[in-house]
Design a protein around this ligand. Structure first.
Ligand SMILES: [Ca+2]
Length: 498
């Protein structure tokens, strides 16, 4: 299948900045117990590229050809676009088009949005401000020439908790960072930019925030916030209640590693490595600088093995699934539709785990509504889906010992069950198959029942709970007489004990 090279890149820390403070709280459910499913809520989109939540759970969805569609959870997807800038958009190639959208902070009263697209005639990366329904009134904010190749256009736009607008760009395309953009502070390519769009400065339709990391540095573009990126197709800020304002960047890899990066809210100047590095390894040593600090990703998965293009998502801060998914960042991949959950731990390290593979194809973007619930669009199917999160039962791990001795005319069995897992057991049934003609009779500390050779022993009221590492003991009298052989295997609540 074709592989969209929607964005990819890498990084490092050029200036010494503190890492984010203590990790924000997340739900207590371990990652290996979280399930993710999708529910289709709309269809008929034409190559959807991005989602932005507005009021009342409504969503704006961009389409590659230059249109913006409105989804309302009560009335569905509106047939007519709410904005059409298609006459401005260069849609040539797989990756060019209308790529990103962010409602203005005062959207409720102004209907203004910021959009990122590739402009006619030759694919110039373009950030503009436009009112829904008023394409003619569009105001271009900033552009970056990008005529050589049609791939790697970045295209995410989002406001940070600081009120500034952030815009991602790709490295210029083709492969191998042929333009040498990632490690070049003199170009806007292969970067995330930080702009004050609430003001104008001279002829510029924006101002550069005074605390941008490269302000005043000779040869550097002062708009740059993060560098060393390949194609940061999607990034997001954890700015909803409960979040720490941190920045999550998914950078599409070239041929080996897809990556997700996590930076503190004020961590300007981070060098994410491309094209010195891809993922956590050196890609092109000629692009590396001896004393540079490159920021490693917090998650990687293998290109062409686990997927082909990482699709960055969001930290879940909604209410519907807060007890399960709260505080966890979710990302997917265009080719595999696998979903990974990533969390920052108390010591500043991160855990990452493959959670599931969705029953959809070609996810292109995730987005959140006004309640923090997460949605997803997929490319050629043109569908909008809502994500739901569930919890599977904790995995059990157990060990059983079984001893018998002659007792009167029969035998006496002593069984010890140890919880070797990491989660408490609350209620247990131990099962086994007698290897011969044994029959269980009176039992203690458990209720023992037998059907043919199959036996089950259920907890008593007072010993139902077994903490991790703890052992419960029960026993029974049986026939025939003499010590009897032990069963070959035991189960706990239907799962085989090791
Ligand atoms: Ca990187």
């Amino acid at each position: 299948m074709f592989r969209p090279r929607w964005l990819a890149g890498l990084a490092a820390l050029a200036t010494t900045v503190p890492l984010a403070a203590a990790a924000p709280a997340h739900a207590a459910v371990p990652l290996d117990q979280i399930t993710v499913t999708t529910t289709q809520v709309a269809f008929g989109l034409q190559r959807p590229t991005a989602i932005a939540g507005i009021d009342s759970g409504r969503l704006l969805v961009t389409e590659k050809l230059g249109t913006v569609r409105l989804y309302d959870p009560t009335t569905g997807l509106a047939a007519d676009p709410v904005l059409d800038i298609g006459s401005k958009v260069d849609t040539s190639g797989n990756e060019r088009g209308l790529l990103g959208i962010a409602p203005a902070p005062d959207f409720a009263t102004t209907q203004l949005v910021y959009v990122a697209y590739t402009a006619l005639p030759d694919g110039t990366l373009t950030l503009s401000r436009v009112r829904l329904g008023d394409a003619a009134g569009e105001q271009v904010i900033l552009t970056q020439a990008h005529s050589e190749f049609s791939n790697h256009n970045g295209g995410q736009v989002a406001f940070g908790g600081d009120g500034y607008l952030y815009w991602s760009t790709g490295d210029g395309g083709a492969a191998d960072d042929v333009l040498g953009s990632g490690q070049n502070l003199g170009t806007l390519l292969g970067k995330i930019l930080r702009l004050d769009v609430s003001r104008t400065c001279g002829a510029q339709a924006y101002c550069v925030p005074a605390d941008n990391p490269f302000v005043g540095q000779a040869g550097a573009r002062p708009e740059i916030w993060t560098w060393g990126l390949r194609n940061p197709w999607r990034f997001s800020f954890d700015t909803r209640p409960g979040g720490d304002g941190s920045l999550w960047i998914a950078d599409v890899g070239q041929g080996t590693w897809e990556e997700v990066n996590h930076l503190g809210a004020a961590q300007g100047g981070a060098n994410m490595g491309w094209s010195c590095r891809e993922g956590r390894v050196v890609f092109n040593p000629d692009r590396c600088v001896a004393d540079a600090t490159y920021v490693d990703p917090v998650h990687v998965h293998q290109t062409s093995v686990d997927g082909c293009a990482v699709i960055g998502g969001f930290v879940y801060r909604g209410t519907q699934f807060a007890d399960i998914a709260g505080g966890t960042y979710f990302a997917t991949d265009y080719c595999s539709a696998s979903v990974w959950g990533i969390r920052e731990l108390a010591d500043g390290s991160h855990e990452s785990r493959l959670l599931t593979t969705l029953d959809i194809v070609q996810p292109t973007s995730l987005g959140v509504d006004s309640s923090g619930e997460i949605y997803l669009v997929n490319d050629l199917p043109g569908q909008l889906h809502k994500l739901s999160f569930g919890r599977v039962a904790p995995p059990v791990a157990c060990r059983v010992t079984y001893e018998t001795q002659a007792w009167g005319t029969g035998f006496r069995a002593t069984v010890r069950l140890t919880n070797t897992g990491t989660e408490p057991v609350n209620g247990w049934t131990v099962g086994w198959t007698f290897p011969g003609t044994q029959r269980a009779a009176s039992a203690w500390n458990a209720t023992v029942t037998q059907s043919g050779a199959a036996v089950s022993a259920k907890n008593a009221a007072w010993n139902a709970a077994i903490a991790p590492g703890a052992t419960v003991e029960f026993g029974f009298l049986g026939t025939p007489g003499g010590a009897q052989p032990a069963p070959a295997a035991f189960t706990l609540n239907g799962n085989t004990c090791g």
